[in-house]
Design a binder for this molecule. Structure first.
Ligand code: FRU
Length: 484
């Protein structure tokens, strides 16, 4: 088989982040500093399957176009490097930086059962004094001893009222722990709470309800339904008093499609923004289903989170960050007007990476949908008010004015579908091999109407530029780079 150029491989999404080579799962250490977004990944460089975990590293000025950096953290005698988070230590509480030149701190789990001899899982600290370019492990690790079971995935944030760092940590079952520290090096347990059914990769952050700074809620977010059909992060709305998190809602799935595990929000995002990145957990296995595929795993486009008021109470709204629009090429339009039952092709499409905005008045149709490469990837059933994205189905309301308003991000092997306020999101992963691609050289998208006519108010299809254009040359990193 001829070697495909890096970033131009058949299964490579063109605007969803993936690594050049090897396996990735959870996004780790999301932190913004000095105009750069840092992203680390649970990474196994030696294969396209999960293995001895490292933290790989990528940077971006806009969260959209990424440059891979050298691997940041390697396994050591305390364990392999499991998930965690990063912060800017603005006040240099750790003493690891200098006044006026704050260090970046990263907290990760040393997975002690992945090495020989085995040791318990502990929480460790690494730091950077050069704006996140290079990372050193703290000399006195672990900073938090073993607490319970395979305790893991520390997410750390600064809590102003008590002038302390707070760590939320997954313990066992549906139990999470909160720990506090004045200096990021000495930690004490504060409390525990249960979210039955949730596990791993916790996050905890405060948001205004409907933009009102006098009405604020805390969001707890973590994985749920591990490796089951519905692998998906779920969140709980509640309050936090510096010691205890008190849930005030049931866990709510962050979206309906699954394939969205270990979602983490950015520390120190500019202008108080809340931005999340989730693992779009593909079933890709480079050695089996996709022979020769050099990478496995990809991430969601970054989502802008807001807390909006609904009849059920405050709910998270999730929409692609605005920065994504910079990748749009001029739109192709399916002209506004009435469409009879049948398939209506979008003419002139030259990309499998597209961003579609549509507003449809259902009228007499029974269903409307989108055929991507010959397969009905998205279908809305009008009488039952349900949406189906590949094999996932969910209730999905029409807008108050009776329209169906969707934003759909298709990208080679995946689709993310958002309702207009971002309250509803559903998504899916597919393989070009299982789609009925008629002509490999000619990407296709059709609007399908069944059972009667419908009216299109707006249908804009934006081909999306690849985020990898500046990175294509580098093919130097193969599976199995030398280990430190
Ligand atoms: C979640 C998870 C984390 C762990 C990491 C290991 O996907 O299992 O709990 O830290 O992956 O790669």
């Amino acid at each position: 088989m001829t070697k495909e150029a890096t970033y131009k491989e058949r299964y490579r999404p063109q605007y969803h982040f993936s690594m050049r080579r090897g396996w990735i799962n959870d996004p780790n250490g999301l932190v913004h500093h000095n105009g750069l977004y840092h992203m680390f990944c649970q990474h196994y460089p030696d294969d396209t399957k999960w293995g001895r975990m490292h933290w790989s590293h990528a940077t971006s000025p806009d969260m959209i176009s990424w440059t891979e950096q050298p691997i940041a953290l390697y396994p050591d005698e305390l364990g392999t490097v499991f998930s965690g988070s990063a912060v800017v230590d603005w006040k240099n509480t750790s003493g690891l930086g200098e006044a006026g030149d704050p260090p970046l701190l990263a907290f990760y789990t040393a997975a002690g059962n992945q090495i020989t001899p085995q040791v318990p899982y502990t929480q460790c600290l690494a730091f950077s004094t050069d704006n996140g370019h290079s990372w050193r492990k703290y000399g006195d690790n672990p900073v938090l001893r073993h607490v319970e079971a395979n305790n893991r995935d520390p997410k750390v944030f600064w809590y102003g009222p008590t002038e302390s760092w707070i760590m939320v940590l997954y313990l066992e079952g549906g139990t999470f722990g909160l720990f506090g520290s004045p200096d990021a090096k000495n930690w004490k347990e504060l409390s525990r709470f249960d979210v039955p059914g949730n596990c791993e990769c916790p996050d905890l952050f405060e948001m205004p309800v409907a933009g009102n700074d006098n009405d604020r809620k805390w969001i707890f977010l973590s994985g749920a339904g591990r490796w089951s059909e519905g692998d998906c992060a779920r969140y709980v709305i509640g309050s936090f008093d510096g010691t205890t998190f008190s849930p005030e809602s049931d866990p709510i799935p962050i979206e309906w499609g699954g394939w969205n595990y270990s979602t983490q929000t950015y520390s120190d995002a500019p202008a108080g923004r809340h931005i999340s990145v989730g693992w779009f957990s593909t079933a890709f296995d480079g050695s089996a289903a996709f022979p020769g595929n050099p990478f496995n795993g990809q991430y969601r486009v970054p989502w802008e989170l807001t807390l909006v008021q609904t009849e059920e109470g405050p709910r998270l709204a999730k929409l692609p960050v605005e920065e994504l629009n910079e990748l749009r090429r001029p739109a192709l339009h399916l002209p506004a007007g009435e469409y009879a039952a049948g398939n209506h092709a979008v003419a002139g499409l030259d990309s499998r990476s597209i961003d579609v905005e549509c507003v449809i008045e259902p009228k007499g149709a029974n269903s409307v949908g989108f055929l991507f490469e010959g397969v009905e990837a998205v279908c809305y059933n009008i009488p039952s008010r349900t949406i189906q994205v590949l094999d996932r189905k969910h209730a999905w309301p029409l807008e108050p004015d009776g329209t169906l308003t969707l934003r759909m991000l298709f990208d080679v092997n995946c689709v993310e579908v958002f309702g207009p306020r971002g309250l509803d999101v559903i998504s899916g992963i597919y393989s070009l091999d299982t789609l009925q691609v008629q002509d490999e050289t000619q990407p296709s998208l059709s609007f399908r109407v069944l059972g009667g006519p419908t009216r299109v108010t707006r249908m804009a299809v934006y081909p999306i530029r690849s985020i990898w254009q500046d990175n294509e040359k580098d093919t130097s990193i193969g599976i199995g780079p030398p280990h430190r």
